[in-house]
Write a protein that binds this ligand. Sequence first.
Ligand SMILES: *Cc1c(COP(=O)(O)O)cnc(C)c1O
Length: 222
Amino acid sequence: MSITTQIVHLRSSLPPHVELVAVSKTHPVEAIEEAYQAGQRRFGESRPQELKAKYEVLPKDICWHMIGHLQTNKIKYIAPFVTLIESVDSARLCEAIEREAAKCDRVIDILLEVHVAAEASKTGWEPTELIAYIESGAIDALTHLRVRGIMGIASNTDDEAVIRADFDHLHHLYQQLQPRFGSSFDTLSMGMSDDYPLAIACGSTSVRIGSMIFGERSYPQP
Ligand SMILES: *Cc1c(COP(=O)(O)O)cnc(C)c1O
């Protein structure tokens, strides 16, 4: 199916409160242009330089989400324009984003990435570490960051019960943290091509969908 067909199908089938982030990493600008023509404005990328290069040549009303592991020395590529950094997984990264955001005189929206999956390789905060960090109050001093919610990835398995347990875990944590941050804490980013219907059933407000829209990726992701 074409990119246009997939975008139209997805946008009509998602509940109105669920945002669609089209994950365009590794795909050429022509593919993003096709999705844009179909009305899509929100795109996710996982490499800062690739994100910046696409930003520069594509329409400026696109909202860019950074969804991949971010090294502190690469924040500078995206800090001036990025809409949301979803993959914030350490205190050190929070502090580095704070500095870059201040340089640009911006408040940057972020999600805290939480590790709930079975695989050890996946990035993100352990839930208990994240809660301890938030309770320390250190994040409140970072006035150029606005915490919009949390992001997570479910275990890589066919066992639906395991995936559901991961999503329930993320949803529980999201609800637990919400009163702490108030009404701007409104985003629970979970669900990808293979598991987004289940993520939505478990309370997702934002799905990150790549291969279902753009087809298989041509280079492997780290
Ligand atoms: C690549 C990626 C996606 C999209 O995955 P698909 O299975 O292609 O939909 C979503 N979230 C993150 C964090 C990713 O790195």
